[in-house]
Design a binder for this molecule. Structure first.
Ligand SMILES: Nc1nc2c(ncn2[C@@H]2O[C@H](COP(=O)(O)OP(=O)(O)OP(=O)(O)O)[C@@H](O)[C@H]2O)c(=O)[nH]1
Ligand SMILES: [Mg+2]
Length: 218
């Protein structure tokens, strides 16, 4: 008997990402993969987005090592939520997404947010078939994250800085943060916002709706 060896994990992932990408294209769904460290505000950004995009039907794929805690929070805002528990793995992969997609009614959706497992390292290398990766950083993590964890900042199409309501009471230096982001990513917008106060959320919503419009026209 011949034994097939899958010797390139990323190659295997790429095949599944392509299946997902085709499904998203066929159904005209914009898919955003949100990367951040634990507690930066991924779930908060998703619930804010759902509330501020009333004209779109939004699905959410929640990635966590264990627990359904975030999915339960999201469930208050949309029925189209599916939880992936990775059981210890520190990132989502495309095959997990492919399975999760079978559990939601994809045909009804306009936008899908994927909340990746909270960390700035492992999720970056895995294409899930999404349209865009978004790197969410927050004031409470400090302004040196683009220096210490550059890859996510390089690979993301938008950089969101959350918790700007805390700027006044912290030593976070926004000019330093921006300079360090621009040294490694000259293109992607940096969107400053607070999921707590709602400040800046309109810029994020504008970014999403413009990407949705672009996808429709392509
Ligand atoms: N002050 C402040 N707190 C915020 C803001 N956004 C989120 N939080 C708080 O930060 C904490 C973490 O927010 P979550 O949205 O759960 O963060 P997360 O990235 O989903 O966390 P994990 O899923 O555990 O990685 C919660 O207590 C939020 O209420 C903000 O803009 N300002
Ligand atoms: Mg969360």
């Amino acid at each position: 008997m011949e034994i097939e060896i899958v010797n390139d994990v990323l190659e295997y992932n790429k095949e599944h990402a392509q299946v997902n990408r085709q499904l998203f294209k066929d159904n005209n769904i914009l898919v955003i993969n949100i990367l951040s460290s634990p507690g930066a505000g991924k779930t908060s950004l998703i619930t804010q987005s759902i509330q501020n995009l009333p004209d779109f039907r939004i699905g959410v794929i929640e990635g966590d090592v264990s627990s359904t805690y975030d999915a339960e929070k999201i469930k208050k805002y949309t029925d189209d939520v599916v939880q992936i528990n990775t059981g210890g793995t520190c990132h989502l992969n495309a095959s997990m997404i492919e399975k999760a997609l079978k559990k939601i009614n994809v045909k009804n959706l306009n936008i899908i947010f994927i909340e990746n497992v909270g960390n700035l390292i492992c999720p970056v290398g895995f294409d899930l078939g999404e349209d865009y990766k978004v790197l969410l950083s927050s004031v409470s993590e400090g302004d040196d994250k683009p220096v210490k964890y550059p890859k996510g900042f390089i690979k993301s199409s938008a950089i969101v800085l959350n918790k700007i309501d805390l700027l006044q009471n912290s030593d976070f230096n926004y000019d330093f943060f921006e300079k360090k982001v621009r040294e490694i990513n000259t293109e992607s917008p940096i969107i400053k916002l607070s999921c707590k106060t709602g400040e800046g959320i309109s810029s994020w919503i504008k970014w999403i709706t413009s990407k949705k419009e672009n996808k429709k026209n392509n």
